[in-house]
Ligand binder design. Structure first.
Ligand code: SAH
Length: 353
């Protein structure tokens, strides 16, 4: 059996070739599986019955299954745990913002990056998600929203995983979402977040698609960054920032630097000045994120005054700064927390075969 879900219309045409169906059928099938949510050929009413039968013997159309769901107390954030056929599960989040619905999507089951503050990486990476699995996350939420007359407006790749470590599938997934027979989703409404894989940023720069790039910086220098993010030993901070600058210059799109504020680690005024110097002259903005504490790591959030002081220093140096509004912390919406909880409850979930 060949999996259809995740293929673009050209690829569907290719896998249909042995069945000698006319080319336009590929487009019809693509519309059925992506726009109309069909998971069974019997639903595809504009296909001849004999063809439906034949295709159903050769192809599967797999969608993730909802394993659990949490709604925040204010009702604005919903977190879904979606399970795939092999038992792996990832989180996807829907946030109702003032400007519409924003979703957060996972690109890998687990993560290999080893950032000390992040729950997604506590058990390493299990595997890359496929194009179909990532598309399944998005369409699952889109279909939920559609039922109440809403839609997805923006998307961030900030769930579990490092998108640039799953480069080809992530790009194919974004291109598929952009197709008119899928969601016709605008690239400008997508933010790809990376821990700073320089080679991937360079490749992305040449794709000529207007994504927003977000770089997880979290420190103003190599010493602190290497402590928090092992990836910094491979791609030191200056190379990361240089790659961000080139990305902005080539794409003419402003890069966002994410900066988690951690009490006593990276939140002093001196460090704010160091950060400002590092980003000087760059078309960039900084998004300050008070850390979502991860108990296992003993990392805590700074006092409000400390956060405000940090922000003020950056502004004084003419950097565009925002402080991330928190949503869903009462439902463990921080990366990976839910998956870990699920794993604890389902003892076989993460055991190496
Ligand atoms: N691997 C990619 C995308 C997934 S992480 C990346 O590193 O960017 C998405 C964002 O959540 C990153 O900025 C990451 O640093 C941040 N994050 C992870 N753990 C967090 C925590 N405990 N509190 C706040 N933000 C966190």
């Amino acid at each position: 059996m060949t999996e259809l879900f995740g293929l673009n219309v050209t690829e569907i045409g290719e896998v249909l070739r042995p069945f000698q169906v006319p080319d336009y059928r590929a487009r019809q099938i693509a519309e059925w599986i992506y726009r109309k949510g069909a998971t069974d050929f019997s639903e595809m009413m504009n296909l001849p019955k004999a063809m439906r039968h034949k295709l159903s013997m050769a192809f599967t159309i797999s969608r993730p299954r909802l394993a659990s769901q949490w709604v925040s107390s204010d009702g604005r954030t919903t977190k879904y745990l979606l399970a795939f056929a092999d038992g792996e599960a990832v989180e996807a989040v829907r946030m109702r913002q003032s400007y519409g619905n924003s979703i957060c999507v996972s690109t890998q089951a687990g993560c290999a990056m080893g950032c000390t503050f992040c729950a997604s990486t506590l058990h390493g990476v299990r595997r890359n998600l496929t194009v179909g699995e990532m598309t399944g996350e998005v369409l699952f939420i889109e279909e939920q929203l559609r039922a109440s007359g809403e839609k997805i407006d923006t998307m961030v790749l900030m769930g579990s995983g490092e998108p640039l470590m799953n480069y080809d599938q992530v790009l194919a997934f974004l291109r598929l979402l952009h197709e008119p027979y899928c969601l016709d989703f605008g690239y400008r409404n997508i933010t790809l977040s990376t821990s700073g894989i320089v080679s991937g940023i360079e490749r992305l720069r040449e794709e000529k698609i207007p994504l927003t790039l977000s770089i997880s910086l979290h420190a103003p220098n190599d010493e602190i960054r290497s402590r928090l993010m092992p990836v910094n030993r491979r791609y030191p901070i200056r190379e990361v920032v240089a790659a961000g600058r080139d990305y902005a210059n080539v794409t003419k799109r402003r890069v966002t630097y994410e900066y988690i504020l951690i009490d006593g680690v990276n939140d002093s005024e001196e460090q704010a000045r160091e950060l400002a110097a590092l980003l000087r002259g760059q078309m960039a903005s900084v998004n300050l994120i008070p850390i979502n504490p991860v108990a296992e790591r003993h990392l805590f959030r700074p006092a409000t005054e400390v956060i405000q002081r940090f922000e003020a220093v950056l502004k004084r140096h003419h950097l565009a700064v925002t402080i991330r509004r928190e949503m869903g912390s009462d439902i463990q919406a921080a990366c990976g927390q839910l998956r870990n909880q699920y794993k604890d409850q389902h003892r076989n979930f993460d055991e190496t075969p």
